[in-house]
Unconditional design. Sequence first.
Length: 355
Amino acid sequence: MSLCSKRQSAGWGKSLAPWMSRGAACGALALSLEARADSPMTLFSPADPQAQSIYGISLFVLYITLGIFIVVAGLLTFVLIRYRQRPGDENREPAQIYGSNQIELSWTVIPILIVVTLFLTTTRVILGTEAIAKPKGALEVTVVGHQFWWEYHYPKLGIVTANELHVPVSDEEHPTYLEVTSADVTHSFFVPRLAGRMDVIPNRVNEAWIDPPTPGLYLGQCAQYCGTQHARMLLRVYVQPQADFDAWVKAQQQPARQDFSSDRTAAEGEQVFMHNACINCHAIAGTVATGRFGPDLTHLASRDTIASGAVPNTPGNLRQWIDDPNSLKPGCLMPSMHLNAHDLDTITAYLSQLR
Ligand code: HEC
Ligand SMILES: [Cu+2]
């Protein structure tokens, strides 16, 4: 059986498709790499089969509980109005009724049926989204949560990067498998339009997969409180057509640019960087910088944002970040290195060249 049919038969997404087609169509329209503002962080616009089955079960539960609410609140309102105290009722007690088999059976059996239904349908979705064999063409990525940023390894491709996850569009044989773990505290990997939440736990590897059929930028958020800057531990997933993804891979596999003979400021910036504590926390492939505490900076300039999506990657923001990271992300774990203005300019020039 192909991966695709297994997934569809396993999920609620399929049987609930008519309810969802509108949301899915809107989602497809809204998606493009440029349309950043149109890429909402919402469960209600699922973009891959897994998110669709989660969306389906959410609606199912929502409708059942809505039904219960309407019945209970309706009966309550009816009784409150119909049997309210009226003049002349003062010293009378209402009739007391004991032991009605019909009533007791109905309020026992109906809730049991509802709970069993919810249990079975939820189990079906959980099994459907988890137990899928990894196809040969799957891309493997290791995700490491840090306070307050994301590290991504592509073990088979020899790439290390941070904060912006690139994956190819999936034609169902090329999903991306994520091995998720943490370097410090508990985080949670959550890109609502692509998958359910996955706990990010130290000393434990959890498996998740995403299978997005449409290119675009999908936003997410660390969904487990992990410290001061938890709210700015944002997730950005770039889903690219295969050719674009291959080009990205090729570029990322190169060591960092080191020939700055045509750019004296950047050349000087490289020297300042390599003689500063930056190299204890940051790695730049092909240089003496091999730190692993902070994000890999080998291709920093190829990223759209810095500090885990906190601010756009512009020279101005980059300079301010290096000068005083806490001014952009208070409580983040990179200290200010108290560089002078000249060193700030040169380091910014250097890092801006690392495409
Ligand atoms: C004590 C370790 C440490 C030192 C020293 C350090 N950094 Fe950082 N750096 C970090 C951490 C941690 C982050 C991630 C912060 C976050 O996003 O919450 C970071 C983030 C960055 C980023 C943003 C990267 C991205 O992709 O978002 C840049 C650029 C950067 N550092 C440059 C520097 C420079 C330049 C120096 C030296 C002047 C330096 N760092 C020194 C720990 C350090
Ligand atoms: Cu977190």
